[in-house]
Design a binder for this molecule. Sequence first.
Ligand code: ADP
Ligand code: ASP
Ligand code: MG
Length: 483
Amino acid sequence: MIVMKFGGTSVGDAARVGQAAAIVEAQPAPRAVVVSAASGVTNLLLDAARAAAVEGDELVAKLAADIRGKHHEIAAAIGDDQERAAALAALDQLHAALDDALADVARAGKLSPRDSDRTVATGEKAMSILLAGVLRSRGTPAVHVWADRVIATDDRHGHARPDRGQTRELAAQEVLPHLDAGATVVFTGFIGRAPDGSTTTLGRGGSDYSATLLGAALDADEVQIWTDVPGVLSADPRQVPDARVVPGISYDEAQELAHFGAKVLHPRTIRPAVSLGIPVRILSTFAPHEPGTLVTREAPGSSVKAVTALTNLLLLTIDVPELEDLAAASAAVFGALHGDRIEVVAASQASSRRRMTYVVDAAGHGGCARVGQRMREALEAADIESEVGCEEDVALVAAVGAGVAAAPHTLSQLLAVLGRAGIPVLSTNQQHSNVALTVAVPAKDSARAVLTLHDVFIGPQAASARGRRRRRADMLAESLRVG
Ligand code: ADP
Ligand code: ASP
Ligand code: MG
């Protein structure tokens, strides 16, 4: 069986939902379909929830009406009268539950992560009703199933962690019987169920993760991520117009790409597929016959396949004069970061200089003023003499491809190229995986760094491999001459 996931743009309006239905029908049954909310709806729901906590009823009512309108517009295109009426009735119930949730937020006067998840789940739930309705109206048996009955998670609302064993049992109860009966199951992405039965979410963009979680729970033969680009590209096409499809990548490469900012896959997507060796294919709903990208355990190629960037990061440097304090210092720093739920994106240590460098994602943690101070306090509490530096507006640029970190010249090439372009390198990292080399640069230079590295390592669209090698050699020679 296969699991097919459709992202927000791919179900963004009535015409697109119709196209998604046709793509589903072209695949052999049994099949489960994971849907995101229609594009824009998750943001509208979050705006409504925040507005309910602090603003007046008027704005909340307007946002709720916009959400209803978007869903009704899609429902109106369901061809069969009975199916359309059934979908509208199910949507009415869902929208009434949304109004209740927003009223509870307004009464509380604040938005808890739990209420936020309860509210925001409406988008995926509505889409599951709509796509199942569209499929049935086209003559394809389909049922919708909500993941807050199936994807078991912990209670970290907003970024819940799944329990794979329990999810497998629940999928066997709630999903398999429908597949066995010949129905296409339309399943909500993004959401899960906490131990107390409340609805959780897996983090923004989490429907990709839902797809592989469901795929693993059902022992799927393949998971397909249908999106608005024709596969994993060699860079974000919005940044690099020359970016092209990478036909095959390994799980490790996909994981690093997602971790270092390729939004096309949620960072946690790959893990459930790895354990069972399930192939993951990234395909475009706008060009459904293109081969896309296939992610498997082993993939051909050993050079740089893609360049990515993560922005909005902080760079922490901890200088520890006493070499023997290094281990305790890193324990104190990691402890404090973990305690504050600050994600470490990259870390490196130069023991000769007794300097530890951490690139951290501190969004919502108050910037250097707070994070730097927290680190100083943690090191003082551990009685470690140290100097803490912190820089804001940092980006991490990554060159991803099997073997890049092991290839002796890639890092020097990369540094030379950035040096030639006048882009300061704040820190480098090559140890933490053998498929990614990362450098921290000022955020203002990140787009230029990505363009430059893409040009050198991957090259313009039409360039032949030989032309590319020559171009890289020329640029390198020039950068060495100048540098
Ligand atoms: P969906 O709604 O289908 O989940 P997303 O917007 O989350 O889609 O992800 C697809 C987008 O990811 C693309 O439109 C593209 O702009 C962006 N993107 C960033 N990096 C890459 C990359 N390396 N390859 C493909 N797409 C990328
Ligand atoms: N709808 C959710 C979001 O916008 C999940 C997803 O699209 O993957 O974040
Ligand atoms: Mg996405």
